[in-house]
Design a protein around this ligand. Structure first.
Ligand code: TYM
Length: 349
Protein backbone atom coordinates (compact mmCIF):
# COMPACT_ATOMS: atom_id res chain seq x y z
CA UNK A 1 0.00 0.00 0.00
CA UNK A 2 1.31 3.39 -0.96
CA UNK A 3 1.54 5.94 1.84
CA UNK A 4 0.18 8.62 -0.48
CA UNK A 5 -3.44 9.74 -0.54
CA UNK A 6 -4.84 9.24 -4.04
CA UNK A 7 -4.98 12.56 -5.87
CA UNK A 8 -5.67 13.23 -9.54
CA UNK A 9 -3.82 16.03 -11.33
CA UNK A 10 -3.87 16.98 -14.99
CA UNK A 11 -3.45 19.98 -17.24
CA UNK A 12 -4.20 21.39 -20.68
CA UNK A 13 -2.25 24.09 -22.50
CA UNK A 14 -4.11 27.29 -23.38
CA UNK A 15 -2.84 27.46 -26.95
CA UNK A 16 -6.15 27.77 -28.84
CA UNK A 17 -8.13 25.27 -30.93
CA UNK A 18 -9.18 22.84 -28.20
CA UNK A 19 -10.27 19.78 -30.15
CA UNK A 20 -11.96 16.40 -29.96
CA UNK A 21 -8.64 14.70 -29.06
CA UNK A 22 -8.23 16.97 -26.02
CA UNK A 23 -11.82 16.23 -25.05
CA UNK A 24 -11.89 12.45 -25.49
CA UNK A 25 -8.28 11.81 -24.45
CA UNK A 26 -8.37 14.09 -21.43
CA UNK A 27 -11.14 16.53 -20.44
CA UNK A 28 -14.07 14.09 -20.63
CA UNK A 29 -12.12 11.70 -18.42
CA UNK A 30 -11.23 14.50 -15.99
CA UNK A 31 -14.94 14.98 -15.35
CA UNK A 32 -15.57 11.25 -14.85
CA UNK A 33 -12.81 10.93 -12.23
CA UNK A 34 -14.41 13.47 -9.91
CA UNK A 35 -16.88 10.91 -8.59
CA UNK A 36 -14.13 8.80 -7.10
CA UNK A 37 -11.14 11.09 -6.54
CA UNK A 38 -9.93 14.45 -5.29
CA UNK A 39 -9.04 16.23 -8.51
CA UNK A 40 -6.94 19.23 -9.47
CA UNK A 41 -7.21 20.50 -13.05
CA UNK A 42 -4.77 23.12 -14.22
CA UNK A 43 -4.61 25.46 -17.20
CA UNK A 44 -0.88 25.33 -17.89
CA UNK A 45 -0.16 28.86 -19.09
CA UNK A 46 3.53 28.63 -18.16
CA UNK A 47 3.91 25.68 -20.52
CA UNK A 48 2.14 27.65 -23.25
CA UNK A 49 4.84 30.36 -23.40
CA UNK A 50 7.57 27.84 -24.22
CA UNK A 51 6.58 28.89 -27.75
CA UNK A 52 5.52 32.46 -28.60
CA UNK A 53 1.99 33.43 -27.56
CA UNK A 54 0.27 36.71 -28.25
CA UNK A 55 -0.49 38.05 -24.73
CA UNK A 56 -4.13 39.01 -25.29
CA UNK A 57 -4.82 35.74 -27.12
CA UNK A 58 -3.18 33.83 -24.24
CA UNK A 59 -5.51 35.40 -21.69
CA UNK A 60 -8.52 34.53 -23.84
CA UNK A 61 -7.23 30.97 -24.28
CA UNK A 62 -6.79 30.54 -20.51
CA UNK A 63 -10.43 31.50 -20.00
CA UNK A 64 -11.40 29.19 -22.86
CA UNK A 65 -9.73 26.09 -21.36
CA UNK A 66 -11.30 26.88 -17.97
CA UNK A 67 -14.72 27.19 -19.60
CA UNK A 68 -14.19 23.91 -21.49
CA UNK A 69 -13.44 22.22 -18.14
CA UNK A 70 -16.67 23.54 -16.66
CA UNK A 71 -18.76 22.91 -19.79
CA UNK A 72 -17.51 19.30 -19.85
CA UNK A 73 -18.84 18.80 -16.33
CA UNK A 74 -15.97 19.55 -13.97
CA UNK A 75 -17.47 21.03 -10.83
CA UNK A 76 -15.28 23.96 -9.73
CA UNK A 77 -16.52 23.67 -6.14
CA UNK A 78 -15.63 20.01 -5.71
CA UNK A 79 -12.56 19.89 -7.93
CA UNK A 80 -9.91 22.60 -8.17
CA UNK A 81 -9.65 24.56 -11.44
CA UNK A 82 -6.87 27.14 -11.70
CA UNK A 83 -4.14 28.48 -13.93
CA UNK A 84 -0.57 27.46 -13.24
CA UNK A 85 1.06 30.91 -13.10
CA UNK A 86 -1.13 31.90 -10.12
CA UNK A 87 0.57 29.36 -7.85
CA UNK A 88 4.25 30.24 -7.40
CA UNK A 89 5.21 26.72 -6.31
CA UNK A 90 5.11 25.44 -9.92
CA UNK A 91 8.06 27.64 -10.93
CA UNK A 92 9.92 27.02 -7.65
CA UNK A 93 9.68 23.25 -7.81
CA UNK A 94 10.43 23.21 -11.55
CA UNK A 95 13.79 24.85 -10.79
CA UNK A 96 14.68 22.19 -8.24
CA UNK A 97 13.66 19.51 -10.78
CA UNK A 98 15.80 21.13 -13.47
CA UNK A 99 18.67 20.33 -11.14
CA UNK A 100 17.47 16.72 -10.64
CA UNK A 101 16.66 15.84 -14.29
CA UNK A 102 19.66 14.89 -16.43
CA UNK A 103 20.39 16.39 -19.85
CA UNK A 104 20.37 12.86 -21.28
CA UNK A 105 16.82 12.25 -20.02
CA UNK A 106 15.52 15.49 -21.53
CA UNK A 107 17.39 14.83 -24.78
CA UNK A 108 15.34 11.69 -25.29
CA UNK A 109 11.96 13.49 -25.17
CA UNK A 110 10.26 12.98 -28.53
CA UNK A 111 7.87 15.90 -28.04
CA UNK A 112 10.80 18.32 -27.79
CA UNK A 113 12.25 16.93 -31.01
CA UNK A 114 8.90 17.29 -32.78
CA UNK A 115 8.18 20.79 -31.50
CA UNK A 116 11.71 22.14 -31.94
CA UNK A 117 11.83 20.72 -35.46
CA UNK A 118 14.96 21.24 -37.55
CA UNK A 119 15.83 24.55 -35.93
CA UNK A 120 16.79 23.26 -32.48
CA UNK A 121 19.25 26.06 -31.81
CA UNK A 122 16.39 28.53 -31.99
CA UNK A 123 14.00 26.66 -29.66
CA UNK A 124 13.51 28.29 -26.25
CA UNK A 125 15.37 26.81 -23.28
CA UNK A 126 11.89 26.57 -21.69
CA UNK A 127 10.76 24.15 -24.39
CA UNK A 128 13.69 21.88 -23.54
CA UNK A 129 12.98 21.83 -19.79
CA UNK A 130 9.20 21.68 -20.30
CA UNK A 131 9.02 18.13 -18.83
CA UNK A 132 10.59 19.23 -15.51
CA UNK A 133 7.83 21.83 -15.16
CA UNK A 134 5.27 19.15 -15.93
CA UNK A 135 6.77 16.90 -13.22
CA UNK A 136 6.63 19.88 -10.85
CA UNK A 137 2.93 20.47 -11.68
CA UNK A 138 2.06 16.96 -10.61
CA UNK A 139 4.41 16.47 -7.68
CA UNK A 140 3.71 19.87 -6.11
CA UNK A 141 0.44 18.21 -5.04
CA UNK A 142 1.94 14.72 -4.64
CA UNK A 143 -0.38 13.72 -7.50
CA UNK A 144 -0.78 9.95 -7.71
CA UNK A 145 -2.90 9.60 -10.88
CA UNK A 146 -2.69 11.59 -14.09
CA UNK A 147 -5.29 11.19 -16.86
CA UNK A 148 -3.74 12.09 -20.23
CA UNK A 149 -3.68 11.03 -23.87
CA UNK A 150 -1.07 8.62 -25.19
CA UNK A 151 1.23 11.44 -26.37
CA UNK A 152 2.05 12.39 -22.74
CA UNK A 153 3.22 8.92 -21.68
CA UNK A 154 6.92 9.65 -22.05
CA UNK A 155 6.61 12.82 -19.95
CA UNK A 156 4.96 10.83 -17.17
CA UNK A 157 7.78 8.28 -17.24
CA UNK A 158 10.18 11.19 -16.79
CA UNK A 159 8.07 12.44 -13.86
CA UNK A 160 8.59 9.07 -12.17
CA UNK A 161 12.33 9.19 -12.90
CA UNK A 162 12.56 12.65 -11.33
CA UNK A 163 10.55 11.57 -8.26
CA UNK A 164 12.69 8.44 -7.85
CA UNK A 165 15.98 10.35 -8.15
CA UNK A 166 14.81 13.01 -5.68
CA UNK A 167 13.65 10.35 -3.20
CA UNK A 168 16.93 8.51 -3.62
CA UNK A 169 19.38 11.44 -3.62
CA UNK A 170 17.82 12.87 -0.46
CA UNK A 171 16.74 9.60 1.20
CA UNK A 172 18.76 10.17 4.36
CA UNK A 173 17.65 13.75 4.74
CA UNK A 174 13.99 12.83 4.11
CA UNK A 175 14.20 10.20 6.87
CA UNK A 176 16.08 12.54 9.21
CA UNK A 177 13.41 15.22 8.88
CA UNK A 178 10.63 12.63 9.18
CA UNK A 179 9.19 13.78 5.84
CA UNK A 180 8.54 10.40 4.27
CA UNK A 181 8.54 6.72 4.99
CA UNK A 182 9.91 3.94 2.79
CA UNK A 183 8.09 5.36 -0.22
CA UNK A 184 10.04 8.61 -0.04
CA UNK A 185 8.82 12.19 -0.30
CA UNK A 186 7.20 12.00 -3.72
CA UNK A 187 4.87 9.27 -5.04
CA UNK A 188 5.45 7.21 -8.19
CA UNK A 189 2.70 8.77 -10.25
CA UNK A 190 0.52 6.45 -12.34
CA UNK A 191 -0.58 7.54 -15.80
CA UNK A 192 -4.25 6.94 -16.58
CA UNK A 193 -4.29 6.31 -20.32
CA UNK A 194 -7.30 4.22 -21.22
CA UNK A 195 -10.39 3.93 -23.39
CA UNK A 196 -11.01 3.99 -27.13
CA UNK A 197 -9.62 7.49 -27.71
CA UNK A 198 -6.19 7.79 -26.11
CA UNK A 199 -4.89 8.88 -29.51
CA UNK A 200 -7.50 10.54 -31.72
CA UNK A 201 -6.16 10.90 -35.24
CA UNK A 202 -6.57 13.60 -37.90
CA UNK A 203 -9.79 13.38 -39.90
CA UNK A 204 -7.70 14.02 -43.04
CA UNK A 205 -5.00 11.42 -42.33
CA UNK A 206 -5.57 8.53 -39.93
CA UNK A 207 -1.83 8.06 -39.42
CA UNK A 208 -1.34 11.57 -37.96
CA UNK A 209 -2.44 12.74 -34.51
CA UNK A 210 -5.34 15.22 -34.36
CA UNK A 211 -3.57 18.40 -33.31
CA UNK A 212 -4.16 22.07 -32.49
CA UNK A 213 -1.50 23.08 -34.96
CA UNK A 214 -2.69 21.15 -38.05
CA UNK A 215 -2.94 23.80 -40.79
CA UNK A 216 -6.18 22.22 -42.05
CA UNK A 217 -9.18 22.99 -39.85
CA UNK A 218 -10.91 20.01 -41.51
CA UNK A 219 -8.39 17.73 -39.76
CA UNK A 220 -9.94 18.33 -36.34
CA UNK A 221 -13.27 18.95 -34.66
CA UNK A 222 -12.89 22.00 -32.44
CA UNK A 223 -14.79 22.10 -29.18
CA UNK A 224 -16.26 25.42 -30.31
CA UNK A 225 -17.53 24.10 -33.70
CA UNK A 226 -21.28 24.41 -34.28
CA UNK A 227 -23.47 21.49 -35.31
CA UNK A 228 -23.22 22.15 -39.07
CA UNK A 229 -19.44 22.39 -38.96
CA UNK A 230 -19.14 19.15 -36.98
CA UNK A 231 -21.39 17.32 -39.46
CA UNK A 232 -19.50 18.75 -42.45
CA UNK A 233 -16.10 17.73 -41.07
CA UNK A 234 -17.28 14.17 -40.43
CA UNK A 235 -18.83 13.97 -43.90
CA UNK A 236 -15.52 15.05 -45.41
CA UNK A 237 -13.40 12.77 -43.19
CA UNK A 238 -11.03 10.51 -45.12
CA UNK A 239 -12.10 6.85 -45.29
CA UNK A 240 -11.47 3.81 -47.43
CA UNK A 241 -14.06 2.10 -49.63
CA UNK A 242 -14.59 -1.10 -47.61
CA UNK A 243 -17.63 -1.61 -45.35
CA UNK A 244 -17.04 -1.79 -41.57
CA UNK A 245 -15.73 -5.16 -40.31
CA UNK A 246 -17.38 -7.29 -37.61
CA UNK A 247 -14.47 -7.10 -35.15
CA UNK A 248 -11.47 -4.96 -34.20
CA UNK A 249 -9.00 -7.22 -36.06
CA UNK A 250 -10.64 -6.08 -39.28
CA UNK A 251 -9.57 -2.50 -38.54
CA UNK A 252 -5.85 -3.28 -38.63
CA UNK A 253 -4.19 -1.51 -41.57
CA UNK A 254 -7.28 0.72 -41.84
CA UNK A 255 -6.22 3.80 -39.81
CA UNK A 256 -8.96 6.14 -41.06
CA UNK A 257 -11.73 3.63 -40.39
CA UNK A 258 -10.23 2.70 -37.01
CA UNK A 259 -10.12 6.38 -36.03
CA UNK A 260 -13.81 7.01 -36.80
CA UNK A 261 -14.89 3.84 -34.99
CA UNK A 262 -12.73 4.78 -31.97
CA UNK A 263 -14.27 8.26 -31.89
CA UNK A 264 -17.75 6.74 -32.02
CA UNK A 265 -16.95 4.33 -29.18
CA UNK A 266 -15.48 7.05 -26.95
CA UNK A 267 -18.36 9.46 -27.56
CA UNK A 268 -20.96 6.75 -26.89
CA UNK A 269 -19.06 5.32 -23.87
CA UNK A 270 -19.03 1.82 -25.38
CA UNK A 271 -16.24 -0.46 -26.60
CA UNK A 272 -14.96 -0.63 -30.18
CA UNK A 273 -16.25 -4.23 -30.26
CA UNK A 274 -19.76 -3.00 -29.41
CA UNK A 275 -19.70 -0.36 -32.14
CA UNK A 276 -18.63 -2.97 -34.67
CA UNK A 277 -21.30 -5.39 -33.49
CA UNK A 278 -23.94 -2.76 -34.25
CA UNK A 279 -22.44 -1.48 -37.50
CA UNK A 280 -20.78 -4.56 -39.05
CA UNK A 281 -21.13 -4.42 -42.85
CA UNK A 282 -22.20 -0.76 -42.87
CA UNK A 283 -20.82 1.52 -45.58
CA UNK A 284 -19.36 4.87 -44.53
CA UNK A 285 -22.30 6.54 -46.30
CA UNK A 286 -24.43 5.16 -43.44
CA UNK A 287 -21.88 5.20 -40.59
CA UNK A 288 -20.77 8.81 -41.06
CA UNK A 289 -24.26 10.32 -40.55
CA UNK A 290 -24.71 8.16 -37.42
CA UNK A 291 -21.34 9.40 -36.12
CA UNK A 292 -22.22 13.00 -37.00
CA UNK A 293 -25.51 12.77 -35.09
CA UNK A 294 -23.75 11.32 -32.06
CA UNK A 295 -20.96 13.90 -32.17
CA UNK A 296 -23.42 16.78 -32.44
CA UNK A 297 -25.56 15.40 -29.59
CA UNK A 298 -22.52 15.13 -27.30
CA UNK A 299 -20.50 18.17 -28.36
CA UNK A 300 -23.03 20.88 -29.22
CA UNK A 301 -24.15 21.33 -25.57
CA UNK A 302 -20.50 21.79 -24.57
CA UNK A 303 -19.95 24.41 -27.29
CA UNK A 304 -23.16 26.21 -26.20
CA UNK A 305 -22.07 26.28 -22.57
CA UNK A 306 -18.59 27.50 -23.54
CA UNK A 307 -20.17 30.35 -25.51
CA UNK A 308 -22.35 31.24 -22.54
CA UNK A 309 -19.36 31.25 -20.16
CA UNK A 310 -17.29 33.30 -22.60
CA UNK A 311 -19.79 36.12 -22.23
CA UNK A 312 -18.96 36.33 -18.51
CA UNK A 313 -15.15 36.53 -18.13
CA UNK A 314 -15.48 37.78 -14.53
CA UNK A 315 -17.18 34.53 -13.53
CA UNK A 316 -14.36 32.39 -14.97
CA UNK A 317 -11.69 34.59 -13.44
CA UNK A 318 -13.40 34.25 -10.05
CA UNK A 319 -13.26 30.48 -10.36
CA UNK A 320 -9.57 30.58 -11.31
CA UNK A 321 -8.74 32.86 -8.36
CA UNK A 322 -10.64 30.63 -5.92
CA UNK A 323 -8.96 27.52 -7.38
CA UNK A 324 -5.52 29.11 -7.16
CA UNK A 325 -6.05 29.84 -3.46
CA UNK A 326 -7.09 26.26 -2.75
CA UNK A 327 -4.25 24.83 -4.87
CA UNK A 328 -1.72 27.07 -3.13
CA UNK A 329 -2.87 25.86 0.28
CA UNK A 330 -2.01 22.28 -0.75
CA UNK A 331 1.21 23.24 -2.53
CA UNK A 332 2.83 25.40 0.17
CA UNK A 333 3.63 22.72 2.75
CA UNK A 334 4.87 20.38 0.00
CA UNK A 335 7.21 23.09 -1.32
CA UNK A 336 8.35 23.98 2.19
CA UNK A 337 9.26 20.32 2.67
CA UNK A 338 11.31 20.41 -0.55
CA UNK A 339 13.17 23.51 0.64
CA UNK A 340 13.98 21.86 3.96
CA UNK A 341 15.05 18.64 2.24
CA UNK A 342 17.43 20.27 -0.25
CA UNK A 343 18.86 22.57 2.42
CA UNK A 344 17.51 25.99 1.52
CA UNK A 345 17.36 28.33 4.50
CA UNK A 346 13.91 29.74 5.05
CA UNK A 347 13.18 32.57 7.40
CA UNK A 348 9.82 31.62 8.84
CA UNK A 349 7.50 34.48 9.64
P1 TYM B 1 -1.89 19.33 -24.34
O1 TYM B 1 -2.36 20.69 -23.96
O2 TYM B 1 -1.13 19.18 -25.61
O3 TYM B 1 -3.11 18.35 -24.42
C1 TYM B 1 -4.07 18.25 -23.37
C2 TYM B 1 -4.50 16.81 -23.20
O4 TYM B 1 -5.09 16.33 -24.41
C3 TYM B 1 -4.48 15.11 -24.80
N1 TYM B 1 -4.47 15.02 -26.27
C4 TYM B 1 -4.98 14.00 -26.96
N2 TYM B 1 -5.59 12.86 -26.56
C5 TYM B 1 -6.02 12.02 -27.52
N3 TYM B 1 -5.86 12.26 -28.87
C6 TYM B 1 -5.26 13.38 -29.31
N4 TYM B 1 -5.12 13.62 -30.62
C7 TYM B 1 -4.78 14.32 -28.33
N5 TYM B 1 -4.15 15.52 -28.41
C8 TYM B 1 -3.97 15.93 -27.14
C9 TYM B 1 -3.07 15.19 -24.24
O5 TYM B 1 -2.50 13.91 -24.10
C10 TYM B 1 -3.32 15.86 -22.90
O6 TYM B 1 -3.73 14.91 -21.94
N6 TYM B 1 2.13 18.59 -21.43
C11 TYM B 1 0.67 18.57 -21.46
C12 TYM B 1 0.03 19.52 -20.46
C13 TYM B 1 0.49 19.36 -19.05
C14 TYM B 1 0.14 18.32 -18.15
C15 TYM B 1 0.77 18.63 -16.93
C16 TYM B 1 -0.65 17.17 -18.29
C17 TYM B 1 1.30 20.22 -18.37
N7 TYM B 1 1.47 19.78 -17.11
C18 TYM B 1 0.65 17.80 -15.80
C19 TYM B 1 -0.76 16.35 -17.15
C20 TYM B 1 -0.13 16.65 -15.95
C21 TYM B 1 0.20 18.98 -22.84
O7 TYM B 1 0.92 19.63 -23.57
O8 TYM B 1 -1.10 18.67 -23.12
Amino acid sequence: MSAFEPRVFSGVQPTGNLHLGNYLGAIKRFAALQDTHNCIYCVVDMHAITVWQDPAALQAAIREVASAYIAAGIDPKGSIIFNQSQVAGHAELAWVFNCIARMGWLNRMTQFKEKAGKNRENASAGLFVYPSLMAADILLYKGTHVPVGEDQKQHLELTRDIAAKFNNDYAERIAELGLGGEDGYFPMTEPLISGAATRVMSLRDGTKKMSKSDPSDLARINLTDDADTIAKKIRKAKTDTEPLPGDADGLKERPDAANLVGIYAALADVSVADVLKDHAGAQFSAFKPALADLAVAKLAPIADEMRRLKADPGFIEGILADGAGRADAIARPVMQGVKDIVGFLTTRK
